[in-house]
Design a protein around this ligand. Sequence first.
Ligand code: SAM
Length: 254
Amino acid sequence: MTGRLTIVGIGPGSPELLTLLAAAELAAATDLVGYGPYLDRVPERDGQRRHPSNNREELDRAREALDLAVQGRKVAVVSSGDPGVFAMASAVFESIATGSPSWKGVDVSIVPGVSAMLAAAARIGAPLGHDFCVISLSDNLKPWNVVLNRLEAAAEADFVIVLYNPASLARPWQLGEALVLIGRHREKSTPVIFAHSVAQTDERIDFTTLGDADPATADMRTLVIVGSSATKMVEQSGGKSFIYTPRRVEVAAS
Ligand SMILES: C[S@@+](CC[C@H](N)C(=O)[O-])C[C@H]1O[C@@H](n2cnc3c(N)ncnc32)[C@H](O)[C@@H]1O
């Protein structure tokens, strides 16, 4: 009697950025499994069971969801943004790969969501209009040296760089070190965006530059976008400004 497990991306915050498919899957589930604050964003339904957990228990949460599915429940694992971007989808597949053989029979599907970087980019223009890379600054699940090596390679290759998990109370210094490293490869005038709580009621977007960026303004609800050498600001009449990265790369004639 194996049920279903759907890993649902609920977007960055506001209900308008929840897809129709995500809403339908959340409504159809008998059980919702997820980090407590994400479950709080899902409207209550009669008869539906909720299984909240804290932020540090991804694999435990995945195993609990798989066990419920094996019992015949229709389970939705709720993930912020997109479930495949630094989120629950990997934890579910890692559990299936390494855990109980019964989990291999569970019917699993994934519903994509609007990742925070896409919502942030849309607020400020088109910073991701050309090649970019996305790096998590969290060293909870990988050594800091690996982060530094990846940052170095990305900075040297002139990618626009999106930084997820830039800071938390337990990780206050990593963003400062990352910005210093990137600054060895980029002009001080390179645009930098701090996007806080995008698509939530306390959203704040700060435009700054690599020379002026203050890492202390980031927390665990912030993502940071560092422009490439081609990223520019354009001002419109009325004082509104946008950041964009052109689609074309200009190569100097030799
Ligand atoms: C574990 S990752 C989850 C990412 C998520 N799966 C996504 O696709 O957006 C958590 C990090 O995502 C970023 N993040 C998530 N939601 C955000 C939001 N609404 N505004 C700004 N950053 C956000 C922050 O960097 C945060 O520390």
